[in-house]
Design a protein around this ligand. Structure first.
Ligand code: SAH
Ligand code: MG
Length: 209
């Protein structure tokens, strides 16, 4: 990975340990199929830099989807709340200004395209086949399963499905990302090719999910 982008990714705000970030980069850099990539859950752009570095190298776009209002666990009073991301005008979280600055300062504005809105609304209208899908949006049961159902069918055969915060042991973290990972495996359409920390890298083997 480009050392400048790697340093920027490591310094960026967000929730992506360096080894898992490099796992994202690798999974994206190895793609042998055509098409843009899409991530669900960009927050301040940290994972977008790892995926965006690979997207730039192969001349593709990375669609970085987020409503930028934060997940449940980012709201005031929850574990992952960061008070300086609250917009004083609305009183709600707004990560879009920080995301935009992150992408601009890293020189990736020509590669990383922000999709600002609700994931199920966008997936319902989305037609373009994806070479890579990264799911790291809402981690509650309903949001996670809706992201899987809405987006996983758009991944082309030979393309990749990456899921973050997958914990086999419930003591380590919430269940929904693990559940959708199991759904992907049990569907028979995806096969695991790598695991780094809580990141799972799957490849689409067949159509029909
Ligand atoms: N990948 C990021 C972390 C993502 S945190 C990193 O590397 O740091 C999860 C993000 O999912 C939050 O920014 C939240 O706003 C977004 N999110 C949650 N539910 C969503 C939904 N229904 N539609 C769009 N974005 C959503
Ligand atoms: Mg995550």
């Amino acid at each position: 990975m480009d050392p400048t982008l790697r340093a920027r990714a490591e310094a960026a705000r967000g929730f992506m340990p360096p080894d898992e970030g490099l796992g994202l980069y690798r999974a994206a850099a190895e793609l042998e199929v055509e098409g843009p990539m899409l991530e669900v859950g960009s927050y301040c752009g940290k994972s977008s830099l790892y995926l965006g570095a690979a997207a730039r190298e192969s001349g593709r776009l990375l669609f970085a989807l987020d409503h930028h209002r934060g997940s449940e666990e980012n709201q005031p009073g929850w574990q992952w709340h960061e008070p300086d991301l609250v917009d004083p005008e609305t009183g709600g979280i707004d990560t879009l200004p920080t995301f935009r600055r992150t992408i601009h300062d890293s020189g990736l504005e020509g590669t990383v395209v922000a999709l600002v809105g609700d994931s199920p609304a966008i997936s319902a209208a989305w037609q373009t086949p994806l070479s890579l899908l990264f799911i790291d949006g809402g981690h509650g049961s309903e949001p996670a399963h809706r992201d899987y159902e809405g987006w996983a069918p758009k991944v082309v055969v030979g393309g990749r499905l990456l899921i973050h915060d997958v914990f086999a042991d419930p003591a380590d973290g919430g269940r929904p990302p693990f559940e959708i990972y199991m759904r992907a495996i049990d569907s028979g359409a995806f096969a695991e090719i790598e695991a780094v920390g809580s990141l799972r890298v799957l490849e689409r083997a067949t159509t029909g999910i």
